[in-house]
Design a protein around this ligand. Structure first.
Ligand code: CO
Length: 130
């Protein structure tokens, strides 16, 4: 079952250059900066009520975030839904005809397990379950 929106992922060229907008202009607090080696990104998390904004900076030009920015520029990259049973949610999406990017969960930020559905199957929004 999907419980809530967990976070919104935003692709940025540079955390250092984008964090001041969220901290100074929006007045949010950066909870955490973390590098996720497996995904070749550095992320910054800002909590707003029950959800987070997740800024993603590529750490390599083979990162999917690097490719995303090269194609689309900076901007909203994915929406993540918190689920009480990730594998069950993936199986359900698959049985409803969704293409999965991850058949089994991978490691995300904050030690969470995550998996992505392909945007071709989700009306254009890269969708993450966590
Ligand atoms: Co995410």
């Amino acid at each position: 079952m999907i419980l809530k929106i967990d976070h919104i992922g935003i692709a940025v060229r540079s955390l250092i250059e984008s964090i001041p907008f969220y901290e100074k202009t929006l007045g949010l607090k950066c909870d955490k900066i973390e590098e996720i080696l497996s995904q070749k990104v550095k992320i910054a998390l800002f909590q707003i009520g029950e959800i987070h904004i997740e800024l993603l900076e590529p750490t390599s030009d083979s990162s999917t975030i690097f490719k995303f920015i090269a194609k689309n520029g900076e901007g909203v990259h994915h929406i993540a839904y918190k689920t009480d049973d990730l594998q069950k949610e993936l199986n359900n999406a698959k049985s409803n005809g969704c293409a999965l990017i991850n058949e089994v969960p991978i490691e995300g930020s904050n030690g969470k397990s995550i998996a992505f559905l392909h945007p071709n199957s989700t009306h254009g929004v890269l969708t993450e379950f966590c």
